[in-house]
Design a protein around this ligand. Structure first.
Ligand code: PRX
Length: 642
């Protein structure tokens, strides 16, 4: 939150206020051709009756049986949407296109490219057949409705096959980002009690093959619930193969029919679990369902991403995060458009790879993260300037606040000052875009604009009272929406405590923000102990507990410090055992240790050995004090400090 007593915050607020004065409006021609040309009217219409807005959204999908109530809020906060409706997420993303529209058969569903330049394309019919074969093979291996299936794979077409096949069976997928370690994977498999695991021999990164199979093997040694490991041959890498549990993907599906039954699910049946970091060392298994999630994601495709049926959509996220779930896979497929997948680094072999992919595959919508934009800025504007990218018409940003400077660079050099930027604020828990402009909205560089139609958001103080314009406070959502988290897997108490106990009746997002005089939201970051490193969500408690698992460490306090490219990086304050001598070698060893425990996603920038950590009387580490010291800021209220 802004503290006007401190110089740095003063400067940031001034930056924001200056950029808040300038409005970037779409051209009249562009605006006229958007799905919802009158931005304010669109918001007003939805606000009059949000339930009607969502009911009309649900009517755009195919239902085996219609719902008899839009929202059941009797058992708060366990809300139910489209009560007694019967549907299936995969049916809506795939089968209905094939059954209802022969023209869709030959339309491209997936265009995939990897770092080495290999390209694979799948039409909707090809994708449908691949998914069906896998459905039959999985059922033959005993996967049933309600089971959990773990997926630890690179950004390749088979991850889409696996996710859709799970949904079609009614089994829940649990995708674990391939940048997590064996231990992190094992913990997630164990929590979900997944029966099978999908993985690959490897994944290309900066010309090297990342050996995913060995990591998966280590995880399976710890996670006893896994009975079968299905391995995609992605790189022809030499891998260890244990015939008792491992089977190559191609052998697994061989001989199975390409026609398969689709399970009729209840709207509220869970479609997937996705683990995300919170304030404790144990990640939360966020549950999303078949009905509301599909409705909400599709609605954002039409409103935010302005799809009309023929777009080529490229979201540069990884399928292991919610952005990948909703906007590489389900969103584009629910909308019946073409999704682009790229497996590799954005600057390989040269810093114009992203712009080349956009041109080569005629991308219309590019949805990426501020950290990638800042990394590209470092190479210079000449790289995007050398590419006209004539098909681009809309840009997107997600994952962390985008600084006005990066926003302007993205707008000018990538969008050629004609593609509006959808800065979308949302979370693993929200399922789909929540605060966002629509393409017809006037934009402000660095603001996520206003709530999506049908969403009521606010910025409040500790008591839940709205704070005045320009004043920082907690971001909350006052109403419910179909794509919302339903619970935390195996932990409904944590669901209630984390999201519904801070401000009565409202969803507590865990972010701080302020609203300006025009009602535009400006997100400042997290209020809790969650970090955003290169847009990846990591809990400080997770990192601390991995430090403490090293024999030389007694206690650890971890904070995020600002970084010009990654947004935030990790700094750790460590107390060593009495007999351990601090040294640079030990710092290296500890960094490696954390990388092994959590995965390459947890990059430790700096370690400082200390004698003591600031604590409250109850023994909680005051990370806020550590951070203030690190950044040279006033310590704030230290009355509870021992
Ligand atoms: O702090 C907010 C930040 O990312 C958090 C959610 O992280 P995750 O669940 O990993 O989902 C990321 C992608 C949906 C939020 O609580 N965040 C996300 N988008 C933005 C953002 N912060 C500012 N602006 C955004 N556009």
């Amino acid at each position: 939150m802004f503290n006007m007593a401190n110089k740095k915050d003063k400067r940031e607020l001034t930056d924001v206020l200056l950029s808040a004065q300038k409005l970037y409006k779409p051209s009249k021609e562009f605006q006229k051709n958007t799905n919802f040309p009158d931005y304010e009217k669109t918001l007003k219409t939805a606000a009059k009756n949000p339930l009607k807005f969502w009911e009309e959204a649900a009517e755009k999908l195919s239902w085996f049986q219609k719902w008899d109530q839009v929202l059941d809020d009797k058992n708060k906060p366990f809300y139910k949407w489209f009560v007694n409706g019967k549907c299936n997420l995969a049916y809506n993303a795939l089968d209905r296109h094939i059954e209802n529209n022969p023209k869709m058969h030959n339309k491209k569903a997936i265009i995939w490219e990897d770092e080495t330049g290999r390209v694979r394309k799948f039409t909707y019919l090809e994708l449908y057949k691949e998914v069906n074969k896998l459905v039959n093979a999985m059922k033959n291996s005993g996967v049933e409705r309600g089971d959990r299936v773990a997926i630890y794979m690179p950004n390749i077409p088979e991850i889409v096959f696996a996710m859709l096949a799970c949904a079609k069976i009614g089994a829940m997928h649990s995708v674990v980002y391939a940048g997590f370690s064996a231990k992190a994977l094992a913990d997630r498999i164990e929590d979900a009690q997944a029966k099978i695991l999908f993985t690959a021999d490897g994944s290309f990164r900066r010309g090297k093959i990342i050996d995913l199979k060995t990591i998966a093997d280590d995880a399976v040694k710890q996670a006893k619930s896994v009975k079968k490991v299905i391995v995609v041959k992605n790189n022809n890498a030499k891998v260890n193969f244990n015939k008792k549990v491992d089977i190559w993907y191609n052998d697994f599906v061989k001989g199975f029919s390409d026609v398969a039954h689709c399970a009729e699910m209840d709207s509220e049946d869970p479609a997937f679990v996705l683990y995300t970091s919170g304030t404790t060392s144990k990640p939360k298994g966020v549950i999303h369902v078949h009905g509301g999630y599909a409705v909400n994601v599709l609605q954002t495709m039409e409103y935010v991403w302005d799809v009309k049926g023929d777009e080529i959509f490229w979201c540069t996220a990884d399928p292991g995060w919610i952005t990948g779930h909703s906007y590489i896979i389900y969103g584009p497929l629910l909308a019946g458009i073409t999704t682009v997948m790229y497996e590799g680094m954005p600057d390989m072999p040269k810093p114009d790879r992203i712009w080349k992919v956009v041109e080569k595959h005629k991308v219309n919508v590019l949805y990426t993260a501020p950290t990638l934009i800042r990394a590209m800025m470092k190479y210079g504007a000449k790289w995007p300037q050398a590419h006209k990218m004539p098909t681009l018409r809309l840009l997107g940003s997600v994952g962390e606040p985008i600084n006005p400077e990066a926003w302007k660079w993205y707008y000018k050099y990538v969008g050629k000052s004609k593609c509006p930027i959808m800065d979308t604020w949302w979370q693993t828990e929200t399922g789909a875009n929540m605060l966002t402009p629509l393409p017809s909205a006037p934009l402000k560089a660095g603001s996520a604009c206003k709530p999506f139609p049908g969403i009521i958001a606010d910025v409040v103080d500790k008591k839940g009272k709205s704070v005045p314009v320009g004043k920082g406070g907690y971001l909350i959502i006052r109403n419910q929406w179909p794509g919302m988290i339903r619970t935390i897997f195996n932990n409904p108490e944590r669901y209630i405590k984390t999201y519904w106990s801070q401000v009565k009746g409202s969803y507590f997002a865990g972010d701080v923000a302020f609203k300006d005089k025009d009602g535009y939201f400006w997100i400042q970051g997290r209020t809790d102990d969650v970090l955003k490193v290169a847009g990846h969500r990591i809990g400080t408690a997770e990192v601390e507990s991995s430090f403490v698992s090293h024999k030389a460490v007694v206690e650890a306090g971890v904070v995020g410090v600002p970084d010009p490219i990654k947004g935030e990086v990790i700094k750790a304050f460590i107390i060593l055992t009495a007999k351990t001598k601090p040294s640079d070698e030990l710092k290296m060893e500890l960094k490696k240790h954390v990388r092994k425990e959590i995965g390459p996603v947890a990059v430790i920038k700096d370690i400082e050995f200390v004698e003591k950590l600031p604590k409250t009387r109850s023994g909680k580490i005051m990370r806020r004090v550590l951070k203030a010291k690190e950044l040279g800021l006033p310590l704030g209220d230290t009355s509870s400090l021992v």
